[in-house]
Structures are given as C-alpha cells and as structure tokens.
Design a protein around this ligand. Sequence first.
Ligand code: SF4
Ligand code: SF4
Ligand code: SF4
Length: 310
Amino acid sequence: MTVTASKTTTEQLLRKYAFPITLLVVFTLVGLVVALLRSKFIYLFLFISLGSASAIGEWVTLQFPKYKQIFRRTIQAAVGGGLFIGLSLFHNVNFQFSELFFDLYAGVITGAFIQFAFARLFLPFIMGNAFCSRACWSGAVFELVQPLNPKVKTPRYRNEWIAFTYISTLIIISSVASYYYNPAIFETSKRWWILGENLLILGIGVFLSCYWGRRTYCRTFCPFISVSGLFSRFSIFKITPIDAQSCNSCGKCNRHCPMLVDVRAAVEQNQRISHKSCILCEHCVDACPYHCIELAPKFPWQKNGNTANQ
Ligand code: SF4
Ligand code: SF4
Ligand code: SF4
C-alpha cells in the first residue's frame, strides 16, 4: 500500500515537473550536439543558459499557477529579448526567415539555421510551437499591445492559402534580394538590415493585431509556424483533457485562445489539442473554470490517453 502510494506520488511529481525537466534536458543535449558540430563550446554554454533560465521560470510558474501568464510573458520577454538584443543587435545574428536564404546563397551557416533547425524542425516533436509562447520577441510584443484594442470584433482565422502565399513570396523576395545585395555578405550594413526587418515585422504585426485580434500575424502569416506547425501534431506535450466530463461547453477556452483554436470541440470529444497553430500558451487552461484541461506529456510508450488530431 505504502509502496503504491509513494509510486503514485513520484509519478504525479514527474508529471507535474515534466515540462521544466524536459526543457533542461533538451537544451543541454542540443547544446552539446551543436557545440561538437561547430567545435565551439560557447554554444553549450548558451544552450544551457537558455534552458536553465526557461526551466527555472517554468518551475517557478508551477509554484504560483495563479501568476502563470505573468511568468510566461516574463520568460518570453527575457529569453526573446536576450536573443534579439544580445545576439541580433550586438552580434549581427539575424534570426528572421529571410536570413535562411541569404545564408544559403552566401554558403554559410549562422544562428539563423541553428535556431530554425532547433526551434522549428526538432523542438515541435517535443514541445510543439512552445517557442512562440516562451521565446519569440515578436510574439511578446504582439501580446503586449493587445490591450490597446481589447474589443476586436472580426478575428481572422488561419488560412492555409494566405500562409502558403506569404512564405512563398518571402522565399522569392529573399532569393532575388540576395542576388543584388546579400546582407549575409555585407557585415557592416547587416545590423541595419536586422533592425529594419524586425521593425517592419513588428509594425505589421501590431497593426494587424489591433484590427483582427491577438497574434493575427502569428496565425495568418508567420513562416516559422507554417513550418513548425507541420510537426507540432506529433508533439509529446499538448493541451490535454484531464476531466472532459466536467466540461459544460461554456466556451471560455475558445474565447481566450489567441490562435483561435477550437479547444471546446476537442475537449467535448476528449481529444488532445493537435492544431498546428497551438502555441502552448495555456490561456485556455487558465480560462477553464472546471480545470478540464492541462498542458501534459504523452510519451510514445504510453498507451492510454487521447490522441486524436484536429
Ligand atoms: S508565430 Fe512567428 S511571430 Fe508569432 S510567436 Fe511564433 S515565431 Fe514569433
Ligand atoms: S489552444 Fe490553448 S494553449 Fe493552444 S494556443 Fe489556444 S489558448 Fe494557447
Ligand atoms: S472552458 Fe472548460 S468547461 Fe468551458 S468549454 Fe472550455 S473546457 Fe469546457
């Protein structure tokens, strides 16, 4: 009896702290791989620092769930701000999508590719689009400006054709631009390019947020989530119904979702949220008055649980 009780307590603790533990392990392992591949141990230090900061933030959040969103935004501002100011502005590392093509044509591998491969191709299999709710500086700004226009009446849903057209246009523009003037080659003017490109994206995103609701740029245009969203459905961590029977279909989860995911429908069918736009921000979790859902892992060897996709 005592052994069973202690096993249950350990399992509960592991489940509760699975997210910060996984963050730390993943960042450390990836840092090690990147450091070995690039023969620069600064990457190990960088990844461990980011992973530790994020894991500590998530751990603190679990101690004070009432202030979850404040902590999450603080983590996002700290990690995202650190990446943008520390690496982009001071070390000329452009993390924007266009840089992938500038680097490709210049024949170099920079932080743009490392970030893309880690956050958009690898991490989605473990933590979905969590980069968007915990590390992206643009997303942090879009959330910050939302109170400017809280009564958005015409939210714009994700449209795959718009997203596809946008990412294709970006690829074409980046390719043509790099033929005439490749910022990856002209180091002296690169900082101005980085500043200009980021300000342009922020300006468009803030403008769209004010008219069509929170994070319109994210769910409608952003090329990064168009890519990571392809893999996030396989994520180990997802928003998961833990007590679907208690759901009274009030719809609060839907109203609080910045990405306009139909959380209610999934809970009613006792399904995990596998929508490609879900950024694991947990607004829906906090909004639910009956604690029907939580952010939880389901490892490949776990047979039980609700796995259907939207
Ligand atoms: S969707 Fe794009 S802009 Fe929005 S938070 Fe994610 S990476 Fe940033
Ligand atoms: S479904 Fe929940 S976690 Fe996902 S984006 Fe919407 S509010 Fe955030
Ligand atoms: S907020 Fe909770 S109770 Fe209301 S619809 Fe969503 S899951 Fe159901």
